[in-house]
Design a protein around this ligand. Structure first.
Ligand SMILES: O=C(O)CCC(=O)C(=O)O
Ligand SMILES: [Mn+2]
Length: 201
């Protein structure tokens, strides 16, 4: 695999997954969503998120009026399905770690969906990276520093791209300003799927 592009400690591999691998992963994710449906979560402050979410793995990240947390079950009560092998292969390839992630958070962005600037800090051990996989329509990703006061910059994430937030960038602020509908034919109904792989510890 080619060397990643480094941007402020984030590491980006454009086109890690070719089209056939993306299609196979989407098929695997159809199984995940069939077992654990996408939900429209609310923040602890009561705001409806525009992204729909589910998860795979031992734990899933959830949010509701009670707070942000990792939970052993889907909000509707079912177990989270296992993380597909196709997804674990990306984690292992990028990180080279023997430790697999506990959670694969699945975000679905329809037209108009976004994710505000935030840090991923509900995990117990920040020495492990977060690995993000993009599928479907392009997304304008905003990245900043560990300190919120640092400036931010934007880059387009495309279908098949893999981004690692680790080391100095593990606690960096980041978010998604918008997606660009109609920029990918991967998902028949359009939209974007983002997977983030996390060791929760
Ligand atoms: O959709 C993305 O590219 C980022 C998602 C993200 O930051 C998260 O789920 O915590
Ligand atoms: Mn995040």
């Amino acid at each position: 695999m080619a060397e990643p592009i480094e941007i402020r400690g984030f590491r980006l591999w454009p086109g890690w997954l070719d089209r056939a691998a993306q299609e196979a992963m989407v098929q695997d994710l159809r199984g995940v969503v069939a077992a654990a449906p996408l939900v429209a979560p609310v923040t602890p402050g009561g705001r409806q998120m525009s992204v729909r979410m589910t998860a795979a793995g031992r734990l899933g990240w959830v949010t509701d009026r009670r707070g942000y947390r990792y939970a052993p079950r889907h909000p509707q009560g079912m177990d989270w399905p296992p993380i597909p092998a196709s997804v674990l292969a990306v984690w292992r390839g990028v990180t080279g770690l023997a430790r697999d992630p506990d959670c694969c958070l699945v975000n679905f962005y329809g037209e108009g969906a976004r994710m505000g600037l935030h840090q991923d800090k509900d995990e117990g051990d920040f020495s492990f990276p977060v690995v993000s996989i993009s599928l479907g329509d392009e997304a304008l990703f905003r990245l900043g520093g560990v300190d919120r006061a640092e400036g931010t910059q934007s880059l387009w994430l495309r279908s098949g791209d893999v981004l690692e937030m680790g080391g100095p960038a593990r606690l960096a602020w980041h978010g998604v300003d918008r997606i660009r509908p109609g920029t990918s034919t991967l998902l028949p109904q359009g939209g974007r799927i983002n997977l983030t792989l996390r060791v929760v510890a």
